[in-house]
Design a binder for this molecule. Structure first.
Ligand code: HLD
Length: 509
């Protein structure tokens, strides 16, 4: 990145203030100011894609506070100061689109989607009514219908909404499921449910599913964590056992969450077997494909991972993860139309008047528990226009191919790396083995040592600024690395770099 003082406004306006911009004043100051901001953004895009640039310039919070002037002033600063503030902000921002950033499920910087986000920011509208967002609302209808058709041919006439994150998408599924079973809950509340509601999800599922039980009054003890197998997939017979046990206690099982792409291991629960159980006991089946949903776009990888998804009642699918749409972009889909509205509608008559000039089914705001909704559709629509289904399919296949390459390279270096399992997705779980542990047999004692290495090696990555890979423990093992390839920027040579850089930074641990 160029020096933060490189972005000079024309000397004549350097001391100008916000009152010299539109709407206060006409003239060239607005252009000049916004051009400098765009220069900063373009330089950040360039730096993000430059392998010689660091991913981050790490400082501890106390130190970072001293590097920045964050105070909110009594009297406003100059436009030049605002330009400098923007440059400084990006100087210390982690470049999540850098080809050596493998840290999160959402990596990469898709430029078409980014252009969409710029436009969205400029249009600055709320997504609750057609009257203030006509084009965006229609785009949402088209893209959501297309996504439902991809889920299954019997989904076309269902309903969908963009939500602020996968966790809230899962909450929408929970609310609709409860509403379907207890339509009076909305008006009469908890007293309508004569018994203890219980829900089921795998012990590998996202924590937001358990959070539904807490937020919605079940209590987390009534979100049953179904054991998973060694590959991280829910064991259907264990699910059935728990359902039967709870029914015997007089409880009311009503909701099963099946995860398609678990956060840590990237595992896929067997949807068809779980759907059979849901049908037997009359339970709502939700598929949390926030992470794995992108693979619905790939003929090669969709099956067997997502086979049976069309049997679900609801599906969470986050384009901001595998598909690389800009943060955030999360969708929730329902096979049955009308549920979202009847469950969540409050008919606020200052927004959702029934006697409007146009067809009010396009006032989507009354389907959600939020009021204001950010415009998350334009960046996805524009990206889908650019890529087409074909481009997304190629992107999915490429990410999977690169992950397979990484697994191959790990297996070729068994002295330095230990692959924990064959991945189903782009999550590659492994340990790095420093020189002193290379001759040691692989026992739980060695695993404990390898686990201790992870935070130290991660700290070295962040301090050197050259690499970011996540780590965590799970129920079966101490800390291990979880590498994610979900960025179009990554190439085979970046995977080679990643493994070599871990060895460079960690061999003497
Ligand atoms: O819940 C998670 C969501 C995301 C994301 O949207 O990028 C967990 C993670 O990422 C993660 O990287 O573990």
């Amino acid at each position: 990145m160029p020096n933060t003082s490189n972005y000079k406004l024309n000397a004549a306006i350097a001391n100008s203030k916000y009152t010299d911009l539109l709407p206060y004043k006409d003239g060239s100051t607005t252009n000049e100011f916004l051009q400098r901001i765009v220069d900063i953004l373009l330089d950040f895009v360039k730096a993000t894609n430059d392998r010689k640039e660091k991913i981050l310039d790490f400082h501890h919070p106390e130190e970072m506070q001293n590097l920045l002037d964050l105070k909110v002033p009594e009297k406003g600063v100059t436009l030049q100061q605002l330009v400098n503030d923007c440059a400084t902000t990006l100087k210390y921002q982690v470049k999540t689109g850098h080809p050596h950033f493998f840290n999160q499920l959402s990596c990469g910087l898709d430029l078409v989607s980014m252009a969409g986000e710029w436009l969205t920011a400029t249009a600055n509208t709320n997504m609750f009514t057609y009257e203030i967002a006509p084009v965006f609302i229609l785009m949402e209808t088209v893209v959501m219908t297309h996504m439902r058709e991809i889920i299954g041919c019997n989904w076309k006439n269902g309903d969908s909404i963009l939500a602020p994150g996968g966790s809230i998408s899962n909450l929408y599924a929970f609310l609709a499921a409860r509403h379907k079973m207890f339509p009076n809950y909305k008006e009469k509340g908890i007293a309508t449910i004569q018994g203890q509601l219980v829900m089921f999800t795998s012990d590998q599922s996202h924590y937001s599913v358990k959070s539904c039980a807490s937020v919605c009054g079940l209590g987390t003890d009534n979100c049953l964590m179904v054991p998973s197998d060694v590959n991280g997939r829910m064991i259907p017979s264990e699910l059935e056992k728990l359902i039967v046990e709870r029914k015997a206690k007089g409880h009311i099982p009503f909701f099963v969450c099946c995860t398609s792409g678990t956060t840590v291991l990237g595992s896929f629960d067997p949807i068809n077997e779980i759907a059979d159980i849901c049908e037997t006991y009359g339970l709502w089946l939700h598929v949390d494909a926030a992470w794995g949903g992108g693979l619905l776009l790939s003929k090669k990888y969709r099956h067997p991972r997502l086979s049976g998804v069309e049997r679900a009642h609801s599906v969470t699918w986050n384009p901001h993860k595998l598909q690389g749409a800009l943060l955030q972009c999360s969708t929730i889909h329902f096979k049955e139309n009308g549920l979202l509205l009847s469950c969540n509608s409050m008919s606020a008559d200052y927004l959702f008047m029934q006697d409007k000039l146009y067809d009010i089914q396009y006032d989507t705001g009354d389907k959600v528990i939020q009021c204001g909704r950010h415009n998350d559709i334009f960046k996805l629509w524009l990206q889908w226009r650019a890529k087409g289904d074909e481009g997304f399919e190629k992107h999915m296949d490429r990410l999977m191919e690169l992950s397979e390459y990484m697994v191959k390279r790990i297996k070729e270096q068994p002295d330095k790396f230990y692959l924990i399992m064959e991945p189903e997705m782009v999550n590659v779980s492994f340990w790095y083995i420093p020189t002193r542990l290379r001759k040691m047999p692989h026992t739980s004692a060695r695993e404990a040592e390898l686990g201790k290495i992870c935070p130290i090696l991660k700290a070295r990555m962040m301090e050197s600024g050259t690499l970011m890979v996540g780590y965590q423990p799970d129920d079966r093992r101490p800390n291990f690395f979880r590498n994610i390839i979900s960025s179009a920027a990554v190439k085979e040579s970046d995977v080679d770099f990643l493994l070599a850089e871990m060895d460079r930074l960690g061999h003497n641990l």
